[in-house]
Design a protein around this ligand. Structure first.
Ligand code: ADP
Length: 247
């Protein structure tokens, strides 16, 4: 019997800002097919962990191994190409373009295609756009401009833009903030589906939503790992109740 190697292995990850350790000696292992949710009080270091993995912030110490590549030594652009997608809280979609065009230009060769947008679209790109649009519940909105989408639909569109690049690791920062109840349920369904064959790493505060998606929960406090395990185990952990869930 052989244990699958984690897709992502973070070891001893540390970053200091003027001597303040925002992330402090963190170990984190993510498997394929997993939705990992990171929780913890404000300032715990959650966003900084995602920033370190995607190369936006540089580590002071530690390693981030992603399929054998050390991300701490790579440029942000190369980290994207290696298969890491990051969704920020505010969607960076193009409001004046249609859903189709937004997805199309996110295809790996799409930026080249974009210049020739009004000429010929390859069947391959069209098929991929349609497949992703279906996944993100926007099949009926392909030819609508993005500015007319609801807040939740815009969030899905940005997830779709990341899916166009078929990332192996997808990271999302509070994906359901501002969404309606039904949009939250659809997003839970979407994230679970996306995690098949991939790893998904989510920062989330909404405990009902965390329960509905998490394979495992990681709790951060003052840059350090406070607890890790199933939602039930973490929720009944006295340390977690004290610093986070108790108030
Ligand atoms: P969380 O996402 O858990 O709320 P953050 O990762 O945003 O926490 O922040 C962790 C701590 O690191 C906070 O105290 C924050 O002020 C600090 N911090 C984050 N980024 C920087 C930075 N670029 N410079 C200085 N301090 C930072």
């Amino acid at each position: 019997f052989h244990m699958p190697k984690p897709v992502l292995s973070v070891e001893g990850l540390t970053v200091s800002f003027d001597g303040f350790k925002a992330v402090d000696d963190l170990n984190l292992y993510l498997d394929r097919n997993e939705v990992r949710v990171v929780i913890g009080p404000n300032g715990a270091g959650k966003t900084t962990v995602l920033d370190l993995i995607c190369g936006k912030t540089r580590a002071t110490a530690g390693k981030i191994d992603f399929n054998g590549k050390d991300l701490t030594k790579m440029a942000e652009y190369d980290i994207v190409r290696a298969g890491v997608g990051r969704k920020f809280q505010n969607p960076s979609i193009y409001e004046a373009l249609t859903v189709f065009e937004n997805l199309e230009m996110s295809y790996p060769a799409g930026r080249k295609v974009f210049g020739a947008l009004f000429f010929k679209r390859s069947a391959e790109v069209i098929a991929r756009v349609e497949q992703v649009a279906e996944e993100i519940f926007l099949k009926d909105f392909l030819h609508q401009t993005a500015d007319l989408l609801s807040h939740g639909q815009k969030q899905w569109l940005e997830i779709g833009m990341l899916l166009m690049q078929d990332p192996e690791l997808l990271m999302l920062d509070e994906p359901v903030a501002g969404m309606s109840v039904s949009e939250r349920q659809q997003t839970a369904e979407l994230l679970k589906r996306i995690s098949q064959g991939r790893s998904v790493l989510v920062i989330e505060h909404d405990m009902e939503f965390v329960k509905s998606i998490a394979s495992k929960v990681t709790v951060l406090h003052q840059g350090k790992l406070l607890a890790e395990g199933s939602m039930d185990a973490v929720q009944s952990n006295p340390k977690v109740i004290e610093v986070y869930l108790g108030h």
